[in-house]
Design a protein around this ligand. Sequence first.
Ligand code: URA
Length: 193
Amino acid sequence: MSDLDVAAAEAASCTRCALAQGRTQVVFGTGDVEADLLFVGEGPGAEEDAAGLPFVGRSGKLLDRLIAEEMGLARSDCYIANVVMCRPPDNRDPRPEEMAACRPWLDVKLTHLAPRVVVTLGNVATRALLGRREGITQLRGRAYPWAGRLLIPTYHPSAVLRGSPGAMAGMRADLVRAKLALAGDPHAVAGAG
Ligand code: URA
């Protein structure tokens, strides 16, 4: 068993925060453990809680489509995780103490996966990882050097599904930016789009 498998097995019975009480199962994360690209979302919804896998509902299907269209990648080429591993009730935002309790599990993933590029999906994941208070509209449009990697914030796919102005075009541009970053292109670091 790899260190990540060991962590996933331990995480399956995690009770470090109150979200443990309402979950069906822990959604640890999924994908290629050797991937250079990590997506970090917010937390599992109902379908993810039932499946034990991140981004399997409508948001996930859109994410899969945009990764394919803008990056030429399949979800199996990436690793996908969330800031919290257990479903917040009624799909509310995870609370600061819940994110703090789950952070060591995310850090384990970052250590063992070692992605070169991290794409954060939406306000919650972007603020949690960048440690900034601005919203995604302000923070997206560039890549940030972060923990020896590049962090590229983008909209959460649910914002695209809700029809938020500019979200679809912005997310597509950010995924192109992530593709350039993976290719080592310096243009990835600058410029809104
Ligand atoms: N939204 C998220 O942020 N993560 C999921 O896994 C599913 C929906």
